[in-house]
Design a protein around this ligand. Structure first.
Ligand code: ZN
Ligand code: ZN
Length: 133
């Protein structure tokens, strides 16, 4: 599939091609900062199919973690667009897609160990305290 999206102000634009590796909602504490408190809806896409078509993101990587992710966001409006995990993939925030309906919904809920009492998980959705497997 082909996805296009960008940040809130339009300074950053991207496209991503390929088959989603994972579609999930993440309840981790880190994601709560980025979403405003809700679980984070994301699609994990192959890094090879991802590119920025406009602008350059500002990047942030924590220095106190053994296997940190790099977070890429718009320096102008602050929208967090993608996360780069330590594997050849990009975590695309569904809210930055031009058509968020392309997400189609999560296949699982992950990092429920950090779930807040007000977070919702759809009935029957597979859940994992951290990552599957
Ligand atoms: Zn922006
Ligand atoms: Zn998370």
């Amino acid at each position: 599939m082909k996805l296009t999206g960008g940040c809130y102000c339009g300074a950053l634009r991207y496209e991503a091609e390929g088959e989603p590796i994972m579609k999930a909602q993440c309840h981790c504490r880190e994601c709560q900062y980025i979403t405003g408190g809700a679980p984070n809806m994301f699609m994990l896409m192959p890094a090879v199919g991802f590119r920025y078509t406009k602008g350059e993101p500002k990047k942030f990587t924590r220095s106190d973690l053994e296997r940190p992710v790099t977070r890429e966001f718009c320096a102008n409006c602050g929208t967090h667009v993608v996360t780069r995990p330590p594997m050849p993939a990009v975590v695309i925030k569904v809210g930055t897609l031009d058509d968020p309906k392309q997400f189609g919904g999560p296949d699982m809920a992950i990092f429920t160990i950090d779930k807040q009492p007000f977070h919702q998980i759809a009935a029957g959705l597979p859940t994992f305290e951290r990552l599957p497997g």
